[in-house]
Design a protein around this ligand. Structure first.
Ligand code: FMN
Length: 201
């Protein structure tokens, strides 16, 4: 993981369950002044699941609907269809990328170099440029294809960060659980959060 906190993050979201984890990740990134730029990409299936889990209405203003009107200007929405977007090129100075939640379909495409849409292309670029790539994979149970693809992606340099929350801090709500998970991902990327639960702190 990087020696310096990443300033330029790519946050992608795909059609796996767990949109509440995305929401808390984006809220924490929004509030973190160390992060200056966020390129946000949502797959079509992500929007479908967000409609289900976050009551998203339609496909416009996704960030405002997810974060509220106060979402900062550091966010740039990129279309998943736009393989000419900034993050599609290694020459663009992205520091790190997170896919949260990451479907096993997207995992499969990343693990096998199928870079037809922007989420997978940006992930492919992260791996070739040796930049941190965190995949918050969610599926259960896992078949051998999923497990092989997790191995392949990890072998290529990605961090498999399954969407599995901890319970030892006794979360009182789903929001608290998702927030602590988001904090763990951010700490892994070199952005530790002062309010995060710390064991025996
Ligand atoms: C409500 C809902 C929940 C889903 N949950 C998951 C899931 O947890 N994990 C997963 O891999 N796919 C899940 N899927 C299926 C994916 O959305 C589907 O495979 C899709 O093609 C993934 O596309 P994407 O990888 O381009 O986002 C879910 C679909 C729906 C509608």
């Amino acid at each position: 993981m990087p020696n310096h906190p990443p300033k330029n993050l790519t946050v992608a979201t795909t059609g796996a369950s767990g949109a509440i984890f995305l929401r808390h990740f984006l809220l924490a990134v929004d509030a973190d002044k160390r992060v200056e730029t966020v390129n946000f990409i949502a797959s079509d299936s992500a929007l479908r699941v967000m409609a289900e889990e976050l009551d998203l209405k339609g496909r416009s203003d996704v960030l405002r609907q997810t974060l509220g009107a106060a979402a900062s200007r550091k966010f740039q929405i990129q279309s998943n269809a736009d393989i000419g977007a900034n993050v599609a090129s290694g020459s663009y100075p992205a520091d790190a990328m997170v896919v949260i939640p990451c479907s096993v379909g997207t995992l499969a495409r990343i693990a096998n170099g199928v870079a037809a849409q922007l989420v997978e292309r940006a992930a492919d670029v992260s791996l070739k440029e040796k930049r941190p790539l965190v995949l918050c994979v969610r599926e259960t149970p896992l078949n051998k294809i999923h497990i092989r693809n997790m191995y392949r992606a990890a072998d290529a340099g990605a961090t498999i960060f399954p969407l599995i929350p901890a319970f030892y801090y006794r979360p009182a709500s789903l929001d608290e659980m998702a927030r602590e998970f988001a904090y763990r991902v951010l700490a892994h990327l070199g952005l530790p959060q002062p309010e995060a639960f710390r064991w025996k702190d």
